[in-house]
Write a protein that binds this ligand. Sequence first.
Ligand code: V47
Length: 353
Amino acid sequence: MNLLEKLESGKRLSYEDGVALWELDLFTLGKYANKKRKALYQNKAFFNINRHINPTNICKDICKFCAFSANRKNPNPYTMTHEEILKILDESITHNITEVHIVSAHNQDAGLDWYMGIFRKIKERFPALHVKALTAAEINFLATQYNMSYEQIIEMMIKSGVDSLPGGGAEIFDEKVREYICKGKVSSKQWMEIHDIWHKHGKKSNATMLFGHVEKREHRVDHMIRLRDQQDKSGGFNAFIPLVYQRGNNYLHVEDFLSSVEILKTYAISRLMLDNIPHIKAYWATSTINLALIAQEFGADDLDGTIEKESIQSAAGAKSSGGLQLQTFLDLIQTSGFAPVQRDSLYNEIKTY
Ligand code: V47
């Protein structure tokens, strides 16, 4: 069976197929990816009303791609108090957010109780708010710092009110690329192990892939296959999120920006390879909202959300720092020919516009 016949039949694609997909033109890839996306979700484009909070930027690790953590290039260290975080949410809750997304840094001075206290206090004040917090990189940091097992940290997180895990820290699983871009942080194997444990608790998580830096197309396919294998085992990934690398203000020094064709191909191939992860999120903060909307015709079905304040990608140059107003979001989705569907964090539909 050749590649096109395999795509026609919907059969599972191998690593070699995945590599060969890149040689197809964008519109052929788009045709097959869109067919899959439409069969699952018709013309729905999912989004949520959410708030991102990054409670500290003080980090013991130096990832070359990161412009968010406080370092020579960004000498602006901060650590929020619990009261400051609650105050932000007092305001955001009036915008009907259903989720708070919390990604921090690896702060050695903050203390385990500072991390867990954030979730406990949020749940005390806003019991219905979904808390999506702590990447596998942060969990690995906390386990190492406080000499605890992943299981112990995860049990504490669940007790403190964390509902799901964001997909960060995955970067690129290939060990050589990983060593070059983020030496010393959670390994690929550990990242997977942490999500495996999380899923065994019956909980959901996401998985990201940082692309468009020094990795090759083969590394992206390898990344997807590793996630697909894990999903076959534990089944807890809700969404795959390809994050377009932002070049500003960091130590990777990548000159070339990916073409839109390459970015759209990456979304389409994600949909085709990841036959067992339900949602492909075009995270507009890294792709721009314009391309994220076009990506809805190339396999993606989700746009993340209104965000309100974005600090990680905008530190590296993305134009995402102020989030998007709900009405703007809705207008853009509708004028692109899609039906905006507000979802909760577990993809239950809340409202169709
Ligand atoms: O893992 C850091 C990325 C991630 C850059 O689960 C960069 O719904 C682009 O976890 N260019 C953290 N990306 C963000 C994250 C996330 C984001 C959106 C949705 C979800 C979700 C999770 O931010 C890190 C890293 O890959 N990042 N620097 C940069 N220069």
